[in-house]
Design a binder for this molecule. Sequence first.
Ligand SMILES: Nc1ncnc2c1ncn2[C@@H]1O[C@H](COP(=O)(O)OP(=O)(O)OP(=O)(O)O)[C@@H](O)[C@H]1O
Ligand SMILES: [Mg+2]
Length: 349
Amino acid sequence: MITFSAVSKVYPDGTSAVDGLSLTVEAGTVTVFVGPSGCGKTTAMRMINRMTEPTEGTLSVNGADTAEADRTQLRRGIGYVMQHAGLLPHRSVLDNVATVLRLTGESRKAARRIAYDMLARVGLEESLAARYPSQLSGGQQQRVGVARALASDPPILLMDEPFSAVDPLVRQDLQQELLRLQAQLRKTIVFVTHDIEEALLLGDKIAVFGPGGVLQQHDSPEQVLTAPANDFVSRFVGRERGIRSLAFASAAGVPITPASGAGRGRVALQRGWALIVDAEGRPETWEDSSQVRTPVTAALSEDGSLRAAVDAVLSSPAHMAPVTDRSGRLIGAAEGTDVFAALAGHARS
Ligand SMILES: Nc1ncnc2c1ncn2[C@@H]1O[C@H](COP(=O)(O)OP(=O)(O)OP(=O)(O)O)[C@@H](O)[C@H]1O
Ligand SMILES: [Mg+2]
């Protein structure tokens, strides 16, 4: 758990970077610091491991005041991922990760073994370990940065715009990878970004920073979307607020027509449409009444959101959403007209 209590930072030139920040980051959760450029996100983050010292207030990690902690000791428990990975250019990928472990006293052999393991965990092939950072793509470098930060297994991870330098598709991969890792590792993570979409996707909690380093709102993604604290947050979250909030609205009220004979092979649905399912019963291909086939690109899980329902309908040639159980097996379909009626109901509520 990380607690900021009335923390401020005024730089020597008089710039007020963070102003009276109070918030708690619960253990095992992701808190995203989001806001426009220059509003103190990095400064606030860097005060956690004392790369920057606060001018006022106190910061504690698991109840202990960081000002009284030994800095080296404090940093040992805190991994840090920078925007441009920050890898050592003249060391191999493996050594970049292993170096941290050597500093914490692991033997050379153990450090290499753990480093290989960490690289695999972040989805990098063993064959890349011998390369230098400049021989990797931007996304691969970011993965090495994450592997390095995780290598010594710190309970806390600070990530400052770790994915902003890569293209949107790679970025989506890295975001999913982080969600997957976090589901296993349950670190206490502070993640900085400019990007509200990224914040909504990754954050258990979101802290919206405004001009002068003043915290505007600290809430769940759903609350930030549906109940912005003020005009600043409302403008920052943007015009697509309504659409985004659908991700938090349940599709449970949408009627589902159960599929007869759901299981293997070809499952007949409404209006002459059928779905071909794979061996596990997952929908794979649409088939119309003249046997024209189109791949399924989106389906709605029975506990899914209205946004997932809309996505599934819009990407289906049949204007209906395949509905699956939680393990992905086809159980039926929802008509587009019913999904849009639910949408209209949501918009009115
Ligand atoms: N070492 C420094 N000395 C003086 N002012 C600084 C220093 N570092 C940052 N600042 C100022 O403090 C304010 C907050 O900077 P900070 O880097 O924390 O913002 P940020 O929200 O991370 O911005 P960005 O999104 O651009 O990374 C800015 O006005 C910045 O110019
Ligand atoms: Mg910054």
